[in-house]
Write a protein that binds this ligand. Sequence first.
Ligand code: PEP
Ligand code: MN
Length: 343
Amino acid sequence: MIAILKNSADDRAVEQLASWIEGKGLQAHISRGENELIIGLVGDTTKIDPFLLESMDIVERVQRVSEPFKKANRKFHPADSVIDCGGGVLLGGGHFQVIAGPCSVEGENLIRIARRVHAAGATMLRGGAYKPRTSPYAYQGMGPAGLDLLCEARAELGMPIVTEIMDARDIPVFLDKRIDVMQIGARNAQNFTLLKEVGKTKTPVLLKRGMSGTIDELLMAAEYIMSEGNDNVILCERGIRTFETRTRNTFDLNAVPVLHYLSHLPVVADPSHATGYTRYVAPMALAATAAGADGLEIEVHDDPSHAWSDGAQALTPDMFDDLMRRIALIRDAIQPASEEATR
Ligand code: PEP
Ligand code: MN
């Protein structure tokens, strides 16, 4: 349920209404847009009489929200959320960022790759130190030593770092090393215990869509994180499993505008895992940019044939340079002619 408030509502009256809602055992989620002030009511709304709420002086109207996701819902928060990823890097609401780096942190080559992607214009560095591999015999990642290498690269280049967390027991290490963005991978997209635990932190979370996850399931996963108090969620479309076998996954670019329609959270697209082959990454990165993604996550390796994971989908730094130039052209080309033309 949401209460849309009158323009005349002053701060004190809004606070009083929020306390009244909280007194009924619900959470009051206040969202101040440019033209609208909205209170989202989260919890057991059967305890609230909508007619009583609507009769209150400062309330313009009350609307039920039928979707099961509340905090992630655009109805609760009409304006795009802008996530502060650290180091002054903002994502969402017109702030477009490119996250690039190797699939896995492998050692000293990380800094070489990081320098190249940084020079090409990437604004965040990725690299997995904890790797979710299909086989337990495949490379599992460097662990804390890998996080240290990412931190060293951050210190040199000033880029926020994005890295996957697989186990809630590692949260203290991630917090201790001040990891800027915790990635929840496709395989953990419905690990509700992990989602709730990262929700208890304030660290931004890059939440990937599950391999066979629907858009609603992705939004419900975001809701798990947000329901614990962490609103810094970035959604990521990384391809879904379909009957098609020519690509690693099927890139669901529909998800980009659909997620923007349903939710205020920023949407990043990952053409690397979505396609699985280097030759398809650039065209689909451009397509995702044109579809309105707020950012891209792209795997880059300086020697893909010797990469410890996902070499088949890695761009070389030279390919990445060229792609970044073309992404800038697409970004220019899709600027709306007027403010009203935006979503
Ligand atoms: C990754 O980013 O390297 C990764 C494992 O991604 P996903 O969870 O999307 O497969
Ligand atoms: Mn990978």
